[in-house]
Design a protein around this ligand. Sequence first.
Ligand code: ACO
Length: 311
Amino acid sequence: DESARLAEFEARIAAGETIEPKDWMPERYRKQLVRMMSQHAHSEIVGMLPEGNWITRAPSLRRKMSLIAKVQDEAGHGLYIYCGTETLGVDRAELVAELLSGKAKYSSIFNYPTLTWADIGVIGWFVDGAAIVNQTVLAKTSYGPYARAMIRICKEENFHKRQGFEIVATLAAGTPAQREMVQDAVNRWWWPTLMMFGPSDKDSPNSGELLRWRVKRFTNDELRQRFVNLTVPQAQAVNVSLPDPELRYDAASESWVFGQIDWDEFWRVVKGDGPCNRERLAARNKAHDEGAWVRAAAEAYAAKRDSRRDA
Ligand code: ACO
């Protein structure tokens, strides 16, 4: 019966086993994974937009090639995670429809504008750096297809982070105008990056269940702190300052203590009223509409191939 199955499921998780698509799982577990994985896939896809904005304006051919490769990787990550989500019995077309209608959530961070070339460096350093902190832990998540997707994705995220940090280091060692540009980008991206990790633990309704089933292995606040501890020394290494007067090292906890996050801003952006939410959704809808002929052609091709195979 149901409670015996649940006990067996939880015992498997406690023993560190991974759950695979055909295994029995509680409906709540399945729903939570569909929610989290689809939001993650949407984030990868929407995340192409702020950086795609600079492909035509990259300052050199080498920078342009790296940026194109990175943005293309994000598309791959999104498609990969949509496939993973489909193993839970949902249809990708439905998930995409929820994104396009504005019903689905995606990461708050991609609703901020990329104003200068320095933003591309800082996004690689901060945003991909934050993604790595979150996703290396998700590589040990209890659902097999999601964990395996994360392993490959993290390898690519490391390249993204390095290309970003190299841009930042170059600008930070450059002319006064370049140093000012990179400092301005750091000032604008620092707090929104800390918000990526989600609400503080006391305001995180999903964490309890996700931790119990080892979908999450650390809380939002724990991962946020890990990111801050990793990033402060990197900022010192390139001589940029982080825009937080309260930032200080606490020897007892061996951690960098930071100031208050503006949670009103966070919820405003999550609920659709950030600086670029409307622009991002409009761009996704336009791309989807303009890609209709590609989907039609792919379907026609598949139908033709199937009919040949049957003949
Ligand atoms: N942006 C938008 N929505 C957010 C964010 C954020 N930064 N953080 C939390 N939320 C939403 C949650 O999705 C949840 O909404 P829902 O219940 O309506 O679905 C609500 O705020 C409450 O948050 P939590 O209960 O803390 O949600 P959860 O336990 O799922 O934790 C987190 C949020 C940390 C983002 C988790 O889902 C996660 O690790 N996801 C996978 C990683 C991911 O999506 N990364 C995307 C950005 S990285 C990249 O794309 C390069």
